[in-house]
Write a new protein. Structure first.
Length: 116
């Protein structure tokens, strides 16, 4: 499974960004897709996840009400719509795929910077 994330950038506080992650390879083995982030000097943390089959979603408390994860199975793409962004959302965002074999795959991160 290969993952290609895009959509990061610089935005002012209160603004919005949409991240995309295209999945390729053995996509049939993917059970969950998710987004994680890592801020400078901090550990990588969970942001949101979606079941690839039924669309069930889960969010970190920090993301609830502001971020929306979605998928387009036909395009093998998962999205993270981020709104009301805060400076503390600044981080490198990573796309994750969790397979039926309990293997985690990671894409290269995309930088999100929120200015105050």
């Amino acid at each position: 499974v290969q993952l290609q994330a895009s959509g990061g950038g610089l935005v002012q506080a209160g603004g919005s960004l949409r991240l995309s992650c295209v999945v390729s390879g053995r996509t049939a083995s993917v059970v969950f897709m998710g987004w994680f982030r890592q801020a400078p000097g901090k550990e990588r943390e969970f942001v949101a996840a979606i079941n690839w089959s039924d669309g069930f979603t889960k969010y970190a408390e920090s993301a609830k009400g502001r971020f929306t994860i979605s998928r387009d199975n036909a395009k093998n793409t998962v999205y993270l719509q981020m709104s009301s962004l805060k400076p503390e959302d600044t981080a490198v965002y990573y796309c994750n795929a969790h397979s039926v074999m309990r293997t985690d795959y990671w894409g290269k991160g995309t930088q999100v910077t929120v200015s105050s």
